[in-house]
Design a binder for this molecule. Structure first.
Ligand code: ADP
Ligand code: NI
Length: 225
């Protein structure tokens, strides 16, 4: 099969698999990651765009957070899909390696991504957790998990193992400190770092407003104007 038609078929497959998702892992997330990954790829060469397209499309298939904590579910599903549409073996291995390693697993857990294609897809995925969209996705995920928006009695925890990170039951505001604000320093590519910087600044502005309003710092009891 021609590469373009494999990509189109994969798109349709992923769209169907993720339709109805309301946790921030919907088809639109995949589309944004694909688009961002291709833009970053333009600034990094040489890269295999076929691998990037397939990995971006398949990166959240059977995500561990929604597969009973099974880390390898995504790579396994990606593998059987790619073999099914007759992608050559070397490409299948490259894509599955990326899918298996793309996800953030705790502040103290080492990033295992080796290929440049994987680093690009990982940056694109991380960028979608930052900025205005990142804020929206964090609270959407928090709602799905039944987390508090904010709980002043618990501070952030920097998880040193994937087990701890997976089982943490913190607030969504803590998630900003446990993951989102740390991503800027973990970006793999120069373009990724640049975009991460402005998105992180926006989140910091959001957080200071959040805390200001939480304490009523903007509320005036008397109006003399
Ligand atoms: P990725 O798609 O980058 O692997 P994740 O799957 O870890 O990211 O998370 C998907 C989205 O859900 C991200 O926007 C992330 O910030 C958010 N998220 C993950 N865990 C939490 C959490 N405990 N609280 C709030 N948001 C979370
Ligand atoms: Ni993702």
């Amino acid at each position: 099969m021609h590469h373009d038609s494999i990509v189109r078929k994969t798109e349709a497959f992923v769209k169907e698999q993720l339709s109805g998702d309301s946790t921030g892992h919907d088809w639109w997330h995949i589309q944004r990651v694909l688009k961002t990954a291709l833009s970053i790829a333009e600034q990094e060469s040489p890269v295999d765009l076929f691998v990037i397209r397939l990995a971006a499309l398949l990166h959240d298939i059977g995500d561990w957070k929604f597969s009973g904590g099974d880390e390898m579910a995504a790579a396994r599903q990606a593998h059987s899909w790619l073999v099914g549409v007759a992608v050559e073996e070397g490409t299948v291995e490259q894509v599955c390696e990326i899918v298996a390693n793309v996800s953030f697993k705790g502040a103290g857990v080492k990033n295992m991504m080796k290929s440049l294609e994987g680093k690009i897809v990982q940056d694109a995925d991380r960028l979608d957790a930052l900025g205005a969209i990142g804020i929206a996705r964090a609270f959407s995920y928090g709602g799905f998990k039944g987390q508090a928006l904010h709980d002043p009695s618990t501070g952030p925890q920097y998880h040193s193992s994937f087990e701890e990170y997976k089982n943490s039951g913190g607030s969504t505001i803590n998630h900003f400190h446990e993951k989102l604000l740390l991503l800027e320093d973990q970006m793999n590519t120069a373009a990724g770092r640049r975009i991460a910087k402005t998105r992180t600044e926006f989140m910091e502005t959001f957080l200071s407003r959040f805390h200001l309003e939480w304490h009523g710092g903007d509320v005036r009891l008397t109006t003399d104007d």
